[in-house]
Design a binder for this molecule. Sequence first.
Ligand code: 13P
Ligand code: SF4
Length: 344
Amino acid sequence: MTEQQFFEDMKAALGELMPEAEISYKAKLAFRINELKKERNAVILGHNYMEPALYYSIPDFKGDSLELARKAAETDQDIIVFCGVEFMAETAKILNPEKTVLIPAQKAGCSLAESITAEDVRELKRRFPGVPVVTYVNTYADVKAESDICCTSGNAAAVVESLKTETVIFLPDEYLARNVARETGRHIIFPADFHKLEKDNLLDYQMIGWKGRCEVHEKFTVQDIENVRKQFPDVLILAHPECSPQVTAASDFSGSTSAMIQYVQQSDARRYLLLTECAMGDNIAAANPDKEMLRLCSVRCPYMNMITLEDTLSALQKNQYVVHVAEDIRLRALQAVNRMLQIG
Ligand code: 13P
Ligand code: SF4
């Protein structure tokens, strides 16, 4: 394909979303990235939150955390460039010790991953011996290494149910844990409340949570939903399960980023509100020009937004930033990740 054809394709996909001058500038970068990708035998994985010009031009595979982890496990290229945040790139490295895994921005973190340490998990295991630990993939490798099994927003309830135990420790997202507890019919408590329960001998809990929050999804409120419903009575509201249980309960659908994309594709409604990172609304709008995507763009993920076409080009040119995971940690984290991937 020539550079001109590449630009025309991007214009066809994104012409309603951004000015031609921006498409032209980004098409040049993307064209060069795709050339380099072939030269270096690299695969590019792109999370659903990537900005539309990147999302529609360079990833070989796009998806939610679970889909990208599966793709990372299958790839046979020498280099994986992960257009997403650090915990996702780390998961790719855990699955591919022999390959070079690159992340275009060095500090693309995540407030959930920052909310818990490996020592926190060890302390919980000491307090609740024998209780299996389910860890959201939005954690760093050393935390995964202390866990029995990982989960994503796409399979959290299935993972909890697969354990067939009365009680699980579910870390670190408080809201995801509360949403999963509701879905699986379990009670939830937090370690800080545990002594109170112990005194009363009230052991009717089944999930032990942690107070981590996504700094994006925690900001959406039921008031936001009421305001939008008042203004647009026909709107369908989709919320990521990192939103509070009040917000997911007041929404029409809750699911992983890919589940939200599929929901819009399969629904006949004309207007939607997406309670998640704003860029995904642009991506869905581009794929569904007949549907209107409302989104609250005052709330953005600063980490996902660090990943740009410019930095992805630099990543391939300069072989940066290489993701490292210490081998002893990787091997233990791999067990938890593989166990998750085995669940359908
Ligand atoms: P998904 O697994 O649903 O793509 O979510 C990842 C994430 O970080 C959401 O904030
Ligand atoms: Fe982390 Fe939230 Fe950003 Fe997802 S949206 S990467 S959970 S901070």
